[in-house]
Design a protein around this ligand. Sequence first.
Ligand SMILES: Cc1cc2nc3c(=O)[nH]c(=O)nc-3n(C[C@H](O)[C@H](O)[C@H](O)COP(=O)(O)OP(=O)(O)OC[C@H]3O[C@@H](n4cnc5c(N)ncnc54)[C@H](O)[C@@H]3O)c2cc1C
Length: 380
Amino acid sequence: MERIIAETQVCIVGGGVMGLATAWQLAARGLDVVIVEKAIPGLQASAANAGTLAIQNKHTRSIPLVQRAIAMWRTLSDQTGVDIGYEKRGGFRLAHSVDDLEKLERAVGIQRTLGVAAEMVYQPQLAREAPYLAPTVVAASYCPDDGMANPLASSRALLVAARREGARLLHHCPVSAIESGADDRFLVQTPRGVIRCAQVISAAGAWNVDVARMVGVELPLTTDVLQVMTTDAAPPLFPHIVTHVRGNLTVKQASATGKILIGGGWRGEGDPVTGIKRVCRETLIANLKWATQCVPGIAKSRLLRAWAGFEGRTPDKLLLSGSVDVPRGFHLLGCGGGGYTLAPFAGAIAAARVCGETIDLPLDAFNVKRFIPARTTTAS
Ligand SMILES: Cc1cc2nc3c(=O)[nH]c(=O)nc-3n(C[C@H](O)[C@H](O)[C@H](O)COP(=O)(O)OP(=O)(O)OC[C@H]3O[C@@H](n4cnc5c(N)ncnc54)[C@H](O)[C@@H]3O)c2cc1C
């Protein structure tokens, strides 16, 4: 008989923003929660990300969730007592070509019907409002609610808040197997011993596919290696979050340090099995070139460093959430585009599902059941 190291109601596998946000929500409802993290909480995608909290660059179907999440980001520093560096900056989403413009105008139309305060800004007005943009940018949409925060501080804040509510953390503790016993309890195996619990939430990011497989659930998830770079401190150049309708650019300048963060989903290299990842020289240069074509002043700054992170992906790029039917009590969370932005509300959705509460938004599009034959899932 293996040593039982914890008995709990809910065991959360993975201490990234998704797992930590869920732990906080559950613990605040009075549930006993253990977070099991294979290394250090918040140091995978949740640390590697670019910290963009934008609305207008998200998948249309995710926007109602993103709106709720942004409302939560705004109060997170006050609620947790940890300054997460949240700033509502306002954002421009750029268009260069006729195709871009059509796509952008269509997106703004849809976003406005969803209550997003996005509007089109055309030249020459754009040059007056954002003189730092290249004259080749033909138009942009503006959303005052686009913002940013500090990813490292965000994970710390969520962990502090979860622990304050009583959640327990086991770090450097990889989950290697999950058994579902006849007594409706799970036995979560780790090198330190076993955690016995009634429910398991897999919030393991790019490794959700492996954790799901531990209970016999096969999911069509893939992994991308994404990269971000930062310049050294630079004089103030632009105040907004800048993204592109092609989905291949995010740039912003930190007000505290003057550093310019450059990303946009450009691919690095790596293998989630070994955990080894690295920046790809060609895509780094292409990303930098594109950034300077959009915001030419960036060319005057010096590149300081670049890094990569593993991002789990669903085929439809929408959030993975909800529970499977077999085994009962096993939930999944993560792998949706813009996962850092979504995390606080995604955690609220996961906690509500565990507690049998209803959420006043249609969530079927995000339910794990879309990837599993109907007989093995429950309704959302
Ligand atoms: C380079 C990059 C830039 C990005 N930029 C943005 C952005 O600007 N804005 C935005 O909204 N989103 C962005 N994202 C996406 C966002 O960062 C992720 O969607 C989000 O952080 C995912 O959080 P998570 O908690 O699901 O995963 P992770 O942060 O990866 O956390 C999963 C955790 O599970 C742990 N784990 C895995 N397997 C096990 C196991 N067997 N046992 C125990 N623990 C385990 C891991 O160690 C890890 O800590 C970016 C992603 C990357 C990689």
